[in-house]
Design a protein around this ligand. Sequence first.
Ligand SMILES: Nc1nc2c(ncn2[C@@H]2O[C@H](COP(=O)(O)OP(=O)(O)OP(=O)(O)O)[C@@H](O)[C@H]2O)c(=O)[nH]1
Ligand SMILES: [Mg+2]
Length: 330
Amino acid sequence: MAVNLTPQYHEAEAAYKRAQTDEERLACLKRMWVELPKHKASEKLQAELKRKISELAAEVEHAKKHPKKTGVSYKIPRQGAGQAILVGAPNVGKSRILTRLTRATPEVAPYPFTTREPSAGMMDWEDVRVQLIDTPPITAEHMESYLSSMVRSADLAVLVLDLADDDCPFTTEAVLERLSSVKTVLIGEPPVDVEDPTIAYIKTLLAANKRQAEGASERLEIVKEMFTPRFPIIELDAESGQGLEHLRNAIYHALDVIRVYSKRPGKPADMESPFTCKRGTTLGEMAELVHRDFAEKLKSAKIWGTGVHPGQTVTRDHVLHDKDVVELHM
Ligand SMILES: Nc1nc2c(ncn2[C@@H]2O[C@H](COP(=O)(O)OP(=O)(O)OP(=O)(O)O)[C@@H](O)[C@H]2O)c(=O)[nH]1
Ligand SMILES: [Mg+2]
């Protein structure tokens, strides 16, 4: 028998995956519990949720009584059309990629463990911007404690690998294992139905960097054998710039967002600053993005774009397309 989870449940689950602190996670688990249909088919899920809530509640309680003196957490406010996080083994070129795709200037150096703290920059893609985050390296032995929650709350991970290094398939596997040991699974296409809600699947691109290094072609063959079809593989050489535009495009497209331009009645559309929303967003949902009140006040809307006559009046459940121009009437 199917569990038939409600949209509210899925929403709470999505919020759980984005949560960055244990308190937030606990609140989301509680919401998931409330929204979970309580019947025979969902018994396993009920038991699992109950266990998670009780464990996490104990942890939160414990943390309150024994505040940690050490340990840092980084909250980088989301900006732009989406957030992509660069992760990988030491010295693979994560920081170099950030310097090439954004105006950020993290330190780049020819030795491992250069980056000690995350830093962010904005990547231009046509008329939108995507937030990129550079992070300290991950090895089998070490990962900064805050990293997994940053990866979980990102829209996309870019797993960077070093084609100048014979060990690159293994150091990359070590990164994947390290993250999955804390229930953060990097994968090309996250599954639609997730059995265990505590596991976060993060959509991921594999960036095979240093493509022009000696021996890179041979290593790339091995990398392809090991990681296809688990991840889409983007070849690049950040130092020389080869493949950079390919990576820029792949990042934007992987976010799966569309651009919508707003227009006031009787005025030309504002083609300067599009709203971005997930593909599949409806007019009603978009109105809410523009302004919380708009969704309620919305009387009608006209659209210029895909699948409509120019200026056609549409209802709030109309699904929007990239580059649609929308005129909202209150
Ligand atoms: N040949 C070549 N060298 C590169 C490329 N990308 C980065 N490098 C070099 O590789 C070294 C490491 O680059 P970083 O960007 O600091 O690497 P990282 O992954 O940020 O390293 P950590 O911060 O230690 O994790 C530097 O000497 C870069 O100049 C590339 O595409 N080709
Ligand atoms: Mg670095």
